[in-house]
Write a protein that binds this ligand. Structure first.
Ligand SMILES: Nc1ncnc2c1ncn2[C@@H]1O[C@H](COP(=O)(O)OP(=O)(O)OP(=O)(O)O)[C@@H](O)[C@H]1O
Ligand SMILES: [Mg+2]
Length: 306
């Protein structure tokens, strides 16, 4: 993906986090009462969204074309599609970090024309501040939005406890494992109690076991706060296990090909367990049938361009 989104530039500060493979149940007694479902969440509406770039050679290039999609308040929506189809580009338009070439993005009914308030964005690349400690990283959002440090500190400590990282407050990101950094990032994103959470392949680089733990943790935290989520992944199991809705994008230029409603009951519990349910496998199979043609087409496009 383009370097622009790897820069650490965030609409609301990124979060850092986490401890190696601490058990998920470390958070069990730290839950806050669920907020009224969707009370703070915002609807995301994309209509005819198109983004064109100028390539380094000066040619116009359409990354996404006529993307129309609604995420209801409090809904967890996954986007899957072949590499290069425009998933990260779509998220960047929702965040307001980029402006669409055509079409509109509305968040909570308001047209997005600059950095969108109430949005936390976990980038595809690690986006912790390397010069800040774990605690300082998690505090960044509240401090930037005017919360005095004496209030932000206990808040950040509480979020570190929720993600199982108590005791790691004084570490720097390079002193953490990849899974721990993702936990810090989740804490830093969720401490802002966002209306919208944008997650771009947040667990893509993790090993299978850590990924499963992180997915279960994310679901627990999301069920407490219930922001609207746009979650990009290449992992269909992950998309089905976490989401209310899975959107398939076509190969480049990306547009919406199919939308699948995931009617698995919530709370979903441990994502490792639901993967074995017959309905899960049936949904996964239907989604793969839709996606595989696009993956093949993207591969042929890349081969032809080479
Ligand atoms: N700033 C830019 N200038 C020119 N082209 C860009 C820019 N940003 C993205 N692109 C192009 O837009 C297309 C979509 O990129 P994007 O990063 O959105 O893909 P993606 O679906 O997120 O891919 P991946 O799954 O590999 O992360 C790619 O061909 C990419 O090269
Ligand atoms: Mg991407």
């Amino acid at each position: 993906m383009g370097q622009k989104r790897d820069s650490g530039l965030v609409p609301q500060p990124p979060s850092l986090c986490s401890q190696d493979d601490r058990e998920v149940n470390a958070m069990a007694d730290t839950r806050i009462p669920p907020t009224e479902v969707g009370a703070a969440a915002a609807r995301i509406e994309l209509v005819g969204l198109t983004k064109r770039f100028i390539t380094p050679k000066g040619d116009p290039f359409t990354a996404i074309s006529d993307v129309t999609l609604t995420v209801e308040p409090g809904q967890f929506c996954a986007i899957v599609g072949p590499t290069g189809c425009g998933k990260s580009t779509t998220l960047a338009q929702v965040s307001g970090l980029e402006q669409p070439s055509a079409g509109t993005v509305r968040v909570g009914g308001q047209l997005v024309q600059g950095v969108t308030r109430g949005v936390s964005y976990m980038f595809q690349a690690d986006s912790l501040f390397p010069w800040k400690t774990v605690l300082q990283n998690v505090m960044t959002g509240p401090v930037l939005t005017g919360t005095p440090k004496r209030q932000a500190t206990p808040l950040a400590l509480d979020w570190l406890r929720r993600v199982g990282l108590s005791g790691f407050e004084d570490r720097y990101p390079h002193q953490l494992s990849g899974g721990m950094r993702k936990r810090v990032a989740m804490a830093a994103a969720l401490i802002n109690e966002p209306r919208i959470l944008l997650m771009d392949e947040p667990f893509g680089a993790l090993d299978v076991q850590t990924k499963a733990i992180m997915q279960t943790e994310l679901l627990q935290l999301w069920e407490q706060l219930r922001p609207s989520v746009l979650f990009i992944t290449h992992d269909l199991d992950e998309a089905v296990a976490l989401s209310d809705r899975v959107v398939i994008m076509t190969s480049s230029p990306g547009t919406v090909k199919d939308v699948f409603d995931i009617d698995l009951p919530r709370p979903r519990g441990d994502v490792q367990d639901i993967r074995h349910e017959p309905h899960f496998q049936e949904l996964q199979g239907r989604i793969w049938s839709s996606l595989k043609d696009e993956v093949d087409r993207a591969y042929r496009q890349t081969a032809a361009a080479a």
